[in-house]
Design a protein around this ligand. Structure first.
Ligand code: PEP
Length: 264
């Protein structure tokens, strides 16, 4: 309940969000060091901005225990199962994340779509599992290089959204943070230029406006992800429709991540 109210405050005040996706990296020592350093550095962070760290599942309790209740740093899981419970070896349910007081979950990351065949129908099931368990979702979308070069990326992203989060009603969509992550920019060192990123973010905002009206569309944070680093963060984060960043590689280096956090 408290998490819910805090999140509503974030979105009402058009917060900026910087999220770090650690992927399948770090050991327990790294995880402790990273979270402690980040938390110490954001003690005076503007209260309407939020930092999220997404460690691997096994380190969620460790990292979560390190966070103060009123810290600007929150925690996310990188994935959840589309199933509620049962004989699904190796899976982690949204119910389990809720049980551990994990407030956020990333769904639809391109690596999950690509390597684990997570199609839109599965992602929608995961979204529903997460919402049924009061989790807020960082939902990823984005095109690959071939689509970017064929100029079909606008309709591709529209389809990704229409098949998934646009199936939600007005109350449900308020629990979504969108992350636009062009696949050609993830882990490649190639970043979308601020103009390229802003164009897609404005497009997504327009789709949200058409589907849910201006008020809701303005409240949904849209993050950019794809080789964000200290050197390009400020230019990206100062774009009108870029409400924050989802950071992969650079979130594993405390000093780089902190520079990005303060590029807001
Ligand atoms: C990501 O995987 O979400 C990501 C944005 O990675 P990177 O920052 O390393 O490109």
């Amino acid at each position: 309940m408290i998490i819910h109210e805090v999140f509503y405050f974030y979105i009402m005040s058009k917060t900026k969000i910087i999220a770090g996706n650690w992927k399948m990296n770090a050991n327990s020592n790294d995880a402790m060091h990273l979270v402690k350093t980040i938390q110490n550095q954001v003690l005076n962070y503007p209260t309407n901005n939020t930092v999220i760290v997404a460690p691997p599942f096994v380190y969620l309790p460790l990292v979560s225990n390190e966070l103060n209740n009123n810290s600007s740093v929150k925690i996310a899981a990188q994935n959840c199962s589309q199933f509620n419970d049962g004989a699904y070896t190796g899976e982690v349910s949204a119910t389990m994340l809720h049980d551990l007081n994990i407030p956020f979950v990333i769904i639809g990351h391109s690596e999950r779509r690509q390597y684990f065949n997570e199609a839109d129908e599965i992602l929608l099931e995961k979204i529903n599992q997460a919402l049924n368990n009061n989790l807020k979702i960082i939902f990823c979308c984005g095109e690959n290089l071939a689509l970017r070069e064929s100029n079909e990326y606008f309709s591709f992203i529209q389809n990704q959204l229409e098949n998934t989060i646009f199936q939600l009603d007005e109350n449900q969509i308020k629990n979504i943070i969108i992350a636009y992550e062009p696949i050609w920019a993830i882990g490649t060192g190639k970043t979308a230029s601020p103009e390229q990123a802003q164009a897609i973010h404005a497009f997504i905002r327009a789709l949200l406006t058409k589907a849910y009206g201006t008020d809701i569309a303005q409240q949904i944070p849209i993050l950019y992800g794809g080789s964000v680093k200290p050197s390009n963060a400020k230019a990206l984060l100062s774009c009108n429709d870029i409400d924050g960043a989802l950071v992969g590689g650079a979130s594993l280096n405390a000093s780089d991540f902190i520079d990005i956090i303060y590029a807001i």
